[in-house]
Design a protein. Structure first.
Length: 247
């Protein structure tokens, strides 16, 4: 990691009154979770149309739930890392702070973040397929969980392919990206829409973009500073550099 670029990024953060942070799978991977894309990603092991669509759930709800049941058990075995905790601490440091995530693991919440917009839902939440009931837990709900209110099936509260993203979260994310002084993009390839479009807004409003990623991405050309490193270690180092400017 380039110390000069780290210092430059810290100076951007120290001068920000509005900060929007966008996180992707890289954050989750460093807690020990599987990514979706890539050679060893989850989509290389199962077919999307068999596990992550409303049609698949209607066709074979037991099979689909069993896959998510396995993933929920995996999620219960991991913890947020130091990078998650750094972002939670930043909420009190910036007057206007918004964290937008594509991740469904809820690790930002477990690390203490409160101002989180989840574009793709939560794996640690199950919701009824019929009524408004939902429950947030990583306890094993069994092979065929039923709603305690209406006895219809429960499903994971994630956004499947073919389903719309939550309008409230999406609208708030674009509003945060449009008004921020600094946008920090962490651990995302920049190919998943509409999350990738958040950074595109910065092209027009003069926002300073900082990218944290071990590799160049589709968004790198929009960044004023590119910090090449892992999410956890880079966030810890960036936090230390930022604190040195305000103490």
């Amino acid at each position: 990691m380039d110390d000069r670029e780290l210092q430059r990024a810290a100076e951007f953060l120290a001068g920000a009154s509005s900060l929007c942070v966008s996180t992707g799978a890289g954050m989750s991977v460093e807690s020990g979770l599987d990514t979706f894309r890539g050679e060893d990603g989850l989509w290389s092991k199962v077919k999307i149309e068999e596990m992550a669509t409303p049609e698949a759930f209607r066709r074979d709800p037991v099979k689909v739930w069993e896959w998510y049941r396995w993933r929920r058990a995996r999620l219960a075995s991991v913890e947020p890392h130091a990078g998650h905790r750094v972002l939670a601490q930043w909420e009190s440091r910036v007057p206007d702070f918004t964290l937008v995530t594509q991740n469904i693991d809820g690790l930002h919440h477990r690390a203490g973040s409160r101002r989180v917009l989840e574009l793709h839902g939560r794996l640690d939440v199950a919701r009824c397929t019929y009524c408004d009931y939902s429950v947030q837990t990583l306890d094993d709900l069994g092979p065929e969980p039923a709603c305690p209110v209406c006895m219809k099936r429960l499903r994971p509260a994630v956004v499947w392919f073919g389903e719309p993203l939550p309008e409230d979260a999406l609208g708030a994310a674009f509003a945060a990206a449009a008004r921020c002084d600094v946008m920090l993009v962490i651990g995302t390839s920049g190919v998943v829409q509409p999350a990738a479009s958040l950074v595109e807004l910065c092209r027009y409003n003069g926002t300073r973009v900082i990218e944290i990623n071990p590799n160049a991405t589709e968004l790198s050309h929009l960044a004023k500073v590119c910090l090449r490193g892992g999410c956890r270690d880079t966030l810890v180092a960036l936090d230390a550099a930022w604190q040195s400017l305000i103490t």
